[in-house]
Design a protein around this ligand. Structure first.
Ligand code: ZN
Length: 281
């Protein structure tokens, strides 16, 4: 990015001036490019910035500061919305594929103070590619922009970040405390089928930390209501009970967006090919 605003250097003896009252003046803004300063007994003429050059400099400084601030925001955001793809999921980027869900998501954001107070989380379930992650991403990004302390992550990432049982440097409790500290946590792509007892225990602790925090959690999952209501084991049941106890379920249905995109692409290809055949025949 280029912040250069060309400010002619008055010291370089720019010919772009006229004399008035013995001082160089800028022909653009008609303000002095020189000034008198007391210099011992005799006043001395020194160069200064005319009004238009001062404004150009200030404008450049503001643009540079805004750019720096945007960069800082990006770095800050990357530290708590881990996946770059998730950071791009915003209401502004919505393509209108699932208007109902986006409408609800906007309401959730608008009423977040209440959701935070009442600990109202969300459980987005339904088929793959129906816009669950996108909708959840919109919420977490919008709340982040509003200054809430959010975490957008996945179950895999949460488990990877978890300190080991015998980790001397980081304690598990500190980790759970940090997790409980967020105003909102999004756990994307929650699936725990076919996990070991040990892993399930870890996952339960994560979910329980959010449950006890009394602050909302959003979970997206491909699990079906059938799976959620018929857990495979006691360990799974404990986890599902916690989730359904704090997250309000919301079904995502309809044609998969990925499927729709695929069909559109195929239709375009068919059209292209039929044109090609016509050309050859
Ligand atoms: Zn000027």
């Amino acid at each position: 990015m280029n912040f250069e605003v060309r400010i002619p250097d008055p010291n370089a003896g720019s010919p772009e001036f006229y004399m008035e009252n013995g001082l160089k003046h800028c022909p653009l803004c008609h303000t002095p490019m020189e000034t008198w300063v007391a210099f011992g007994a005799t006043p001395k003429k020194v160069s200064c910035l005319c009004q238009c050059r001062t404004e150009a400099r200030d404008q450049r400084d503001r643009a540079f500061k805004a750019h720096q601030e945007a960069e800082r925001q990006k770095i800050r955001k990357a530290s708590h919305i881990h996946d770059p793809a998730l950071r791009r999921m915003t209401f502004e980027a919505d393509n209108g594929a699932c208007p109902g869900a986006i409408e609800k998501a906007k309401r959730y954001v608008a009423q977040f103070e209440e959701n935070l107070r009442e600990n109202i989380g969300l459980l987005f379930y339904g088929d793959v590619g129906t816009g669950k992650t996108f909708t959840a991403g919109c919420i977490v990004n919008a709340l982040d922009d509003k200054g809430y302390n959010v975490l957008g992550t996945s179950l895999t990432r949460l488990r990877d970040d978890m300190p080991g049982e015998f980790d001397k440097d980081r304690s598990r409790n500190a980790y759970y405390d940090r997790l409980a500290g967020y105003d909102l946590v999004l756990i994307d792509d929650f699936g725990i089928e076919r996990q070991s007892e040990y892993t399930l225990e870890q996952i339960y602790s994560l979910i329980d930390a959010r449950y006890k925090s009394g602050k909302p959690t959003i979970i997206t999952t491909n699990l079906t209501p059938e799976q959620l209501s018929h857990p495979q084991s006691m360990a799974t049941r404990r986890i599902y009970d916690r989730i359904t106890g704090m997250c309000c379920p919301m079904l995502f249905e309809g044609q998969s967006q990925r499927q729709a995109q695929h069909e559109e692409k195929m239709a375009r290809a068919r059209e292209m090919l039929s044109t090609a055949f016509k050309t050859f025949s």
